[in-house]
Design a protein. Structure first.
Length: 274
Protein backbone atom coordinates (compact mmCIF):
# COMPACT_ATOMS: atom_id res chain seq x y z
CA UNK A 1 0.00 0.00 0.00
CA UNK A 2 1.42 3.41 -1.00
CA UNK A 3 1.46 6.54 1.13
CA UNK A 4 -1.24 8.08 -1.07
CA UNK A 5 -3.49 5.09 -0.46
CA UNK A 6 -2.83 5.39 3.28
CA UNK A 7 -3.75 9.10 3.25
CA UNK A 8 -6.94 8.41 1.33
CA UNK A 9 -7.91 5.63 3.72
CA UNK A 10 -7.14 7.80 6.74
CA UNK A 11 -9.20 10.66 5.30
CA UNK A 12 -12.08 8.33 4.58
CA UNK A 13 -11.96 6.99 8.15
CA UNK A 14 -11.91 10.51 9.60
CA UNK A 15 -14.87 11.56 7.48
CA UNK A 16 -16.72 8.42 8.47
CA UNK A 17 -16.09 9.09 12.17
CA UNK A 18 -17.38 12.67 11.78
CA UNK A 19 -20.74 11.43 10.58
CA UNK A 20 -23.51 11.49 13.22
CA UNK A 21 -24.16 8.12 14.77
CA UNK A 22 -27.83 8.79 15.57
CA UNK A 23 -30.56 11.41 14.99
CA UNK A 24 -29.86 12.84 18.46
CA UNK A 25 -26.16 13.08 17.62
CA UNK A 26 -26.96 14.92 14.38
CA UNK A 27 -29.28 17.31 16.21
CA UNK A 28 -26.59 17.96 18.81
CA UNK A 29 -23.93 18.80 16.21
CA UNK A 30 -26.26 21.12 14.27
CA UNK A 31 -27.26 22.93 17.44
CA UNK A 32 -23.64 23.25 18.56
CA UNK A 33 -22.70 24.76 15.19
CA UNK A 34 -25.60 27.21 15.41
CA UNK A 35 -24.51 28.28 18.91
CA UNK A 36 -20.94 28.84 17.71
CA UNK A 37 -22.25 31.19 15.02
CA UNK A 38 -24.42 33.01 17.55
CA UNK A 39 -21.45 33.48 19.91
CA UNK A 40 -19.43 34.95 17.05
CA UNK A 41 -22.23 37.37 16.13
CA UNK A 42 -22.76 38.46 19.75
CA UNK A 43 -19.06 39.23 20.13
CA UNK A 44 -19.05 41.19 16.87
CA UNK A 45 -22.14 43.17 17.96
CA UNK A 46 -20.50 43.99 21.30
CA UNK A 47 -17.57 45.56 19.47
CA UNK A 48 -19.98 47.56 17.33
CA UNK A 49 -21.90 48.75 20.41
CA UNK A 50 -18.72 49.98 22.10
CA UNK A 51 -17.66 51.91 18.98
CA UNK A 52 -21.07 53.62 18.81
CA UNK A 53 -21.02 54.41 22.52
CA UNK A 54 -17.70 56.23 22.07
CA UNK A 55 -19.47 58.70 19.78
CA UNK A 56 -22.18 59.66 22.27
CA UNK A 57 -21.84 63.17 23.64
CA UNK A 58 -19.39 64.24 20.94
CA UNK A 59 -19.78 66.21 17.74
CA UNK A 60 -20.51 62.92 15.96
CA UNK A 61 -23.52 62.20 18.17
CA UNK A 62 -26.50 62.21 15.82
CA UNK A 63 -29.96 60.72 15.71
CA UNK A 64 -28.70 58.11 13.25
CA UNK A 65 -25.94 57.04 15.65
CA UNK A 66 -28.39 56.74 18.54
CA UNK A 67 -30.88 54.74 16.47
CA UNK A 68 -28.14 52.39 15.22
CA UNK A 69 -26.96 51.87 18.79
CA UNK A 70 -30.50 51.18 20.01
CA UNK A 71 -31.24 48.72 17.18
CA UNK A 72 -27.91 46.92 17.59
CA UNK A 73 -28.43 46.59 21.34
CA UNK A 74 -31.95 45.24 20.88
CA UNK A 75 -30.92 42.72 18.21
CA UNK A 76 -28.05 41.52 20.40
CA UNK A 77 -30.42 41.16 23.36
CA UNK A 78 -32.77 39.03 21.25
CA UNK A 79 -29.80 36.95 20.05
CA UNK A 80 -28.73 36.38 23.66
CA UNK A 81 -32.20 35.12 24.57
CA UNK A 82 -32.26 32.72 21.62
CA UNK A 83 -28.75 31.56 22.43
CA UNK A 84 -29.74 30.88 26.03
CA UNK A 85 -32.69 28.76 24.91
CA UNK A 86 -30.51 26.88 22.41
CA UNK A 87 -27.89 26.26 25.08
CA UNK A 88 -30.55 24.71 27.32
CA UNK A 89 -31.54 22.39 24.49
CA UNK A 90 -27.89 21.51 23.86
CA UNK A 91 -27.35 20.64 27.52
CA UNK A 92 -30.52 18.55 27.52
CA UNK A 93 -29.30 16.62 24.47
CA UNK A 94 -25.84 16.27 26.01
CA UNK A 95 -27.32 14.52 29.04
CA UNK A 96 -28.10 11.56 26.78
CA UNK A 97 -24.82 11.83 24.84
CA UNK A 98 -22.02 11.63 27.42
CA UNK A 99 -19.41 11.45 24.64
CA UNK A 100 -20.14 15.15 23.99
CA UNK A 101 -19.41 16.27 27.55
CA UNK A 102 -16.37 18.33 26.51
CA UNK A 103 -18.28 19.98 23.66
CA UNK A 104 -21.11 20.99 26.00
CA UNK A 105 -18.68 22.48 28.51
CA UNK A 106 -16.80 24.46 25.83
CA UNK A 107 -19.98 25.82 24.24
CA UNK A 108 -21.36 26.81 27.66
CA UNK A 109 -18.10 28.56 28.52
CA UNK A 110 -17.99 30.46 25.20
CA UNK A 111 -21.61 31.57 25.58
CA UNK A 112 -21.05 32.79 29.13
CA UNK A 113 -18.01 34.83 28.04
CA UNK A 114 -20.12 36.46 25.31
CA UNK A 115 -22.86 37.29 27.82
CA UNK A 116 -20.31 38.87 30.16
CA UNK A 117 -18.96 41.02 27.31
CA UNK A 118 -22.48 42.12 26.32
CA UNK A 119 -23.37 42.95 29.91
CA UNK A 120 -20.28 45.13 30.25
CA UNK A 121 -21.10 46.88 26.97
CA UNK A 122 -24.61 47.65 28.22
CA UNK A 123 -23.24 49.09 31.48
CA UNK A 124 -20.78 51.28 29.56
CA UNK A 125 -23.61 52.45 27.29
CA UNK A 126 -25.89 53.27 30.23
CA UNK A 127 -23.11 55.18 32.02
CA UNK A 128 -22.30 57.21 28.91
CA UNK A 129 -26.00 57.95 28.37
CA UNK A 130 -26.24 59.23 31.98
CA UNK A 131 -23.24 61.47 31.41
CA UNK A 132 -24.77 62.90 28.24
CA UNK A 133 -28.10 63.52 29.99
CA UNK A 134 -26.35 65.22 32.90
CA UNK A 135 -24.45 67.48 30.52
CA UNK A 136 -27.56 68.34 28.53
CA UNK A 137 -29.45 69.24 31.71
CA UNK A 138 -26.60 71.47 32.86
CA UNK A 139 -26.48 73.24 29.50
CA UNK A 140 -30.23 73.92 29.68
CA UNK A 141 -29.97 75.10 33.29
CA UNK A 142 -27.03 77.35 32.42
CA UNK A 143 -28.87 78.75 29.43
CA UNK A 144 -31.98 79.55 31.45
CA UNK A 145 -30.08 80.75 34.55
CA UNK A 146 -27.74 83.19 32.86
CA UNK A 147 -24.04 83.45 32.01
CA UNK A 148 -22.83 83.99 35.60
CA UNK A 149 -23.67 80.44 36.69
CA UNK A 150 -22.45 78.94 33.43
CA UNK A 151 -18.77 79.56 34.17
CA UNK A 152 -19.06 78.11 37.67
CA UNK A 153 -20.81 74.97 36.47
CA UNK A 154 -18.44 74.51 33.55
CA UNK A 155 -15.39 74.39 35.81
CA UNK A 156 -16.58 71.14 37.45
CA UNK A 157 -17.30 69.23 34.22
CA UNK A 158 -15.42 66.08 33.34
CA UNK A 159 -13.51 66.04 29.98
CA UNK A 160 -16.47 64.40 28.24
CA UNK A 161 -18.89 66.86 29.84
CA UNK A 162 -16.71 69.77 28.71
CA UNK A 163 -16.58 68.44 25.14
CA UNK A 164 -20.35 68.10 24.89
CA UNK A 165 -20.88 71.43 26.65
CA UNK A 166 -18.70 73.14 24.06
CA UNK A 167 -20.85 71.61 21.33
CA UNK A 168 -24.17 72.53 22.95
CA UNK A 169 -23.28 75.60 24.97
CA UNK A 170 -24.39 78.25 22.50
CA UNK A 171 -27.35 80.58 22.60
CA UNK A 172 -30.32 78.23 22.41
CA UNK A 173 -33.63 79.26 20.98
CA UNK A 174 -36.87 78.09 22.64
CA UNK A 175 -37.19 75.48 19.90
CA UNK A 176 -33.66 74.24 20.64
CA UNK A 177 -34.42 74.09 24.34
CA UNK A 178 -37.58 72.05 23.66
CA UNK A 179 -35.57 69.73 21.39
CA UNK A 180 -32.91 69.22 24.06
CA UNK A 181 -35.55 68.41 26.65
CA UNK A 182 -37.14 65.89 24.29
CA UNK A 183 -33.70 64.42 23.65
CA UNK A 184 -33.11 64.12 27.39
CA UNK A 185 -36.38 62.22 27.80
CA UNK A 186 -35.43 59.86 24.97
CA UNK A 187 -32.03 59.17 26.50
CA UNK A 188 -33.52 58.58 29.95
CA UNK A 189 -35.98 56.09 28.42
CA UNK A 190 -33.04 54.39 26.70
CA UNK A 191 -31.20 54.19 30.03
CA UNK A 192 -34.21 52.54 31.68
CA UNK A 193 -34.43 50.07 28.81
CA UNK A 194 -30.73 49.23 29.13
CA UNK A 195 -31.11 48.72 32.88
CA UNK A 196 -34.04 46.37 32.21
CA UNK A 197 -31.88 44.46 29.73
CA UNK A 198 -29.10 44.17 32.29
CA UNK A 199 -31.56 42.76 34.81
CA UNK A 200 -32.84 40.23 32.25
CA UNK A 201 -29.27 39.25 31.45
CA UNK A 202 -28.60 38.63 35.14
CA UNK A 203 -31.57 36.22 35.16
CA UNK A 204 -30.13 34.43 32.13
CA UNK A 205 -26.78 34.16 33.93
CA UNK A 206 -28.46 32.50 36.90
CA UNK A 207 -30.37 30.09 34.66
CA UNK A 208 -27.24 29.09 32.76
CA UNK A 209 -25.24 28.72 35.97
CA UNK A 210 -27.87 26.45 37.50
CA UNK A 211 -28.22 24.51 34.26
CA UNK A 212 -24.46 23.94 33.93
CA UNK A 213 -24.23 22.75 37.54
CA UNK A 214 -27.14 20.34 37.05
CA UNK A 215 -25.71 19.18 33.73
CA UNK A 216 -22.35 18.53 35.35
CA UNK A 217 -24.04 16.49 38.09
CA UNK A 218 -26.02 14.47 35.56
CA UNK A 219 -22.89 13.75 33.55
CA UNK A 220 -21.12 12.62 36.73
CA UNK A 221 -24.06 10.32 37.48
CA UNK A 222 -23.86 8.90 33.97
CA UNK A 223 -20.12 8.33 34.37
CA UNK A 224 -20.69 6.69 37.76
CA UNK A 225 -23.36 4.45 36.27
CA UNK A 226 -21.04 3.46 33.43
CA UNK A 227 -18.26 2.74 35.93
CA UNK A 228 -20.61 0.70 38.11
CA UNK A 229 -21.86 -1.27 35.13
CA UNK A 230 -18.28 -1.98 34.04
CA UNK A 231 -17.42 -3.05 37.58
CA UNK A 232 -20.49 -5.30 37.71
CA UNK A 233 -19.56 -6.81 34.36
CA UNK A 234 -16.04 -7.52 35.58
CA UNK A 235 -17.45 -9.09 38.75
CA UNK A 236 -19.85 -11.22 36.73
CA UNK A 237 -17.04 -12.35 34.46
CA UNK A 238 -14.97 -13.33 37.48
CA UNK A 239 -17.88 -15.27 38.94
CA UNK A 240 -18.46 -17.00 35.61
CA UNK A 241 -14.78 -17.86 35.47
CA UNK A 242 -14.91 -19.30 38.97
CA UNK A 243 -18.04 -21.26 38.11
CA UNK A 244 -16.41 -22.58 34.95
CA UNK A 245 -13.30 -23.59 36.89
CA UNK A 246 -15.48 -25.32 39.48
CA UNK A 247 -17.30 -27.20 36.74
CA UNK A 248 -14.01 -28.33 35.20
CA UNK A 249 -12.76 -29.56 38.57
CA UNK A 250 -16.08 -31.30 39.28
CA UNK A 251 -15.92 -32.99 35.88
CA UNK A 252 -12.40 -34.22 36.58
CA UNK A 253 -13.48 -35.65 39.97
CA UNK A 254 -16.43 -37.43 38.37
CA UNK A 255 -14.15 -38.89 35.70
CA UNK A 256 -11.68 -40.15 38.32
CA UNK A 257 -14.47 -41.72 40.33
CA UNK A 258 -15.84 -43.36 37.21
CA UNK A 259 -12.41 -44.82 36.37
CA UNK A 260 -11.96 -46.09 39.95
CA UNK A 261 -15.42 -47.61 39.85
CA UNK A 262 -14.69 -49.33 36.54
CA UNK A 263 -11.43 -50.71 37.92
CA UNK A 264 -13.17 -52.01 41.07
CA UNK A 265 -15.93 -53.65 39.01
CA UNK A 266 -13.33 -55.23 36.71
CA UNK A 267 -11.34 -56.62 39.67
CA UNK A 268 -14.52 -58.05 41.22
CA UNK A 269 -15.58 -59.68 37.93
CA UNK A 270 -12.09 -61.19 37.45
CA UNK A 271 -12.15 -62.56 40.99
CA UNK A 272 -15.58 -64.13 40.45
CA UNK A 273 -14.61 -65.65 37.08
CA UNK A 274 -11.36 -67.03 38.53
Amino acid sequence: MSFNDFDVERGTSAARSALPSSPEDAQFKNLQQSLSIQVFKINANVQGILKLVDQLGTGRDTGSIRKTLHDLTESTRDMVKRGSDDLKRLVSLGNNLPQHKTAVQKTSHDMQLSLVAFQRAQKVSAERQRTVVETAKRVIDDETSGPDETDGAGSSHQPLLQEQAQVQQQTLSPADLAFQETLIQEREAEIREIETGIHELNEIFRDIGTMVIEQGGMLENIENNVTNVARDIRGANEELGQASEYQRKAGRRALCLMIVLVIVVAVVLLAILA
